[in-house]
Unconditional design. Structure first.
Length: 307
């Protein structure tokens, strides 16, 4: 030790040992890079998202613990069953499986739905796979793209008859549910485009057709419009892409389908023959354009069971 210029005692400076932080940071960076590459290259089944589309099908199992007696479930339909804009686990068929367990065990062995599918596409591309998949439960939802592609109502009705008749060759009628199509003009860019009103009328028309075709065959119909129409005052029902339903909206659909499925299986207190109606929600100060849901007697019912 020595004396400084101002009389202070000079103490030796203790040298800090060389730091290992740069090496640790490098290792962490490499690990994160490998993890990101793995995450991007591994995913679930389903079509690859097109450019600009949100990634879907990238989340693991549809639901845990498939029991040995689980019924093989196949979903047919368009983008709304495919779940564009949400994760695989948030698609309504996947949520339905989780809602019903453990009381009713469905194994979603195939979701054959895809983007830009109309009723003729279901006939050409999805029905041929049914026999090999050997389902014991089937859901059908298609119609929105028939509106977009301007399918004549008579052709849509003929297609839906063929679809349901083919499905009923594979499963009993009490193991099938049909869903109506949402009014896609109420959300996103479609809500402000010219001709939105006419498209909305067409959605309602095709929904009435599918309701009639299902009723003729004694197949359960689930009308999801009471949930879907709420997009006019609940932005949380729309996915981040601004057009498709969110996980929250699909959860509402799955709840309605679960009511119908429990009735079909005559499980627990939900086996009541009376139709279950969701209480209407009237937004304050908002007058949403109605999409014209499927009528059931004097009031619209979200779940219609035909027997």
């Amino acid at each position: 030790m020595g004396v400084g210029a101002f009389g202070g005692i000079l103490r030796p400076v203790r040298q800090r040992p060389p730091s290992s932080r740069p090496a640790i940071s490098l290792l962490l960076g490499v690990s994160l890079s490998v993890g990101l590459v793995a995450a991007c290259t591994t995913g679930g089944t389903g079509p690859r998202p097109s450019s600009g589309a949100l990634p879907t099908g990238l989340v693991g199992p549809v639901a845990p613990t498939v029991g040995p007696q689980a019924l093989r479930y196949v979903a047919l339909g368009d983008t709304y069953t495919f779940g564009d804009g949400v994760r695989q686990m948030d698609r309504w068929p996947n949520q339905l499986v989780r809602i019903l367990r453990p009381d009713i065990d469905l194994d979603l062995v195939a979701n054959l739905s895809a983007r830009s599918v109309a009723s003729q596409d279901v006939i050409d591309e999805q029905l041929p796979d049914l026999d090999e998949l050997a389902p014991r439960f089937v859901s059908v939802q298609v119609g929105a793209n028939d509106v977009v592609f301007d399918t004549p109502p008579a052709d849509y009705e003929a297609n839906m008859r063929q679809i349901l008749d083919s499905v009923l060759e594979s499963v009993e009628r009490d193991r099938v549910v049909v869903l109506t199509a949402p009014d896609f003009t109420l959300a996103g860019e479609d809500s402000t485009e010219d001709g939105a009103e006419a498209l909305s009328v067409r959605v309602a028309e095709l929904n009435r057709i599918v309701a009639r075709v299902a009723a003729e065959r004694g197949v359960a119909l689930v009308d999801i419009t009471p949930i879907a129409d709420r997009v006019t005052f609940d932005p949380g029902l729309v996915a981040s892409d601004g057009d498709h339903p969110s996980a929250k909206q699909y959860a509402g659909w799955a709840d309605l389908v679960a009511i119908a499925v429990r009735r079909l299986f005559r499980h627990g207190p939900t086996a009541s023959p009376e139709p279950v109606s969701e209480p209407p929600v009237e937004p304050v100060g908002v007058s949403p354009r109605p999409s014209g849901g499927v009528p059931a007697g004097p009031t619209a019912s979200p779940v219609l069971i035909s027997s």
